[in-house]
Design a protein around this ligand. Structure first.
Ligand code: AMP
Ligand code: MG
Length: 278
């Protein structure tokens, strides 16, 4: 079974998020949450992370292509946790993260893709976007930050931009971390109860929660209009953190395996170097 096949949004599909179970685990049973160290899912996760490490090393050595990973989701959906998991098997030299916040004064003086394009990966790199250009059709749409006509045109603009990037050697994978409203409540409660998590909370999280249905609609539009053959969206059931981590890392590994990076042919005479080494 390929995770990418199971979880990809087919191009032009009309997405209704309530048809997607946030607790889905694709038949992966686990004792994980009960703390059994030897369970099969743990073994599979470790294997996947090791494979990711090997593949990103070869991609870096090859130095000709790159991977762009987009992470989106409601507050507490697990963007930070997913990044920690994926990065646990990668070198910070070639696997990087950019987080997009409310645009700065300078960023606001440019088109919405300007700051995004500056952060796209160099050849050999994997770049993870923690939030992305999709905020410009999500928070911006929900709160009417620009006129409707402006955000409406952005779906096409995004598709054209992503096509351009893929034509220039970047593989794009976009993950929507799908949590339920009930699970979000539990996670906010857990953060309120844990002083080491207080820094992650703001009153704005509660305010945004009131816009849950509007965000759902905005996500459905983005997933439906911008899942393309060249830059697919994946809907990741994210109520179970272990499954979210497994699914995201598996899909990245599957994409890297399809890319099949190769070490470059050495430009040096190995035999001669061996002879000369004193
Ligand atoms: P966090 O990821 O929790 O640090 O929060 C970043 C905040 O920046 C979120 O509330 C986003 O909605 C907001 N943000 C990111 N990009 C944009 C954008 N293009 N326009 C407006 N707000 C944005
Ligand atoms: Mg936040």
């Amino acid at each position: 079974m390929k995770f990418s096949k199971e979880l990809a949004v087919p191009p032009h599909k009309k997405v209704r998020l309530k048809d997607y179970d946030t607790c889905e685990t694709l038949g992966y049973e686990t004792e994980h949450e009960k703390g059994d160290d030897n369970d099969k899912v743990d073994v599979l996760m470790e294997k996947t992370i090791r494979r990711l490490d090997d593949l990103q090393y070869t991609l870096y050595a090859e130095g000709k292509r790159s991977v762009l990973i987009v992470l989106q989701g409601m507050d507490t959906a697990g963007k930070d946790g997913t990044i920690r998991h994926v990065m646990s098997g990668a070198s910070p030299q070639s696997c990087k993260v950019t987080s997009f916040k409310v645009p700065s004064t300078r960023e606001r003086l440019h088109d919405f893709l300007w700051r995004i394009h500056q952060a796209t990966p160099e050849n050999g790199e994997i770049m993870i976007f923690n939030r992305s250009h999709y905020e410009d059709v999500l928070v911006v749409r929900v709160h009417d930050l620009v006129p409707k006509k402006v955000w409406e045109d952005r779906y096409d603009e995004i598709n054209r931009f992503e096509k351009y990037l893929t034509e220039n050697g970047t593989t794009i994978l976009k993950f929507f971390l799908h949590v339920s409203k009930g699970e979000q409540k539990k996670r906010i409660e857990a953060r309120l109860a844990d002083p080491s998590k207080h820094w992650k909370l703001s009153e704005a999280d509660l305010k945004e929660r009131e816009y849950w249905d509007d965000y759902t609609e905005a996500y459905e539009a983005a997933l439906g209009k911008c899942s393309t053959k060249y830059a697919p969206w994946f809907i990741i059931p994210a109520d179970h953190k272990w499954f979210r981590n497994l699914a995201v890392s598996k899909i990245i590994v599957e994409a890297l395996e399809d890319m099949d990076p190769k070490y470059p042919t050495p430009q040096i005479d190995i035999a001669r170097m061996k002879r000369l080494l004193k």
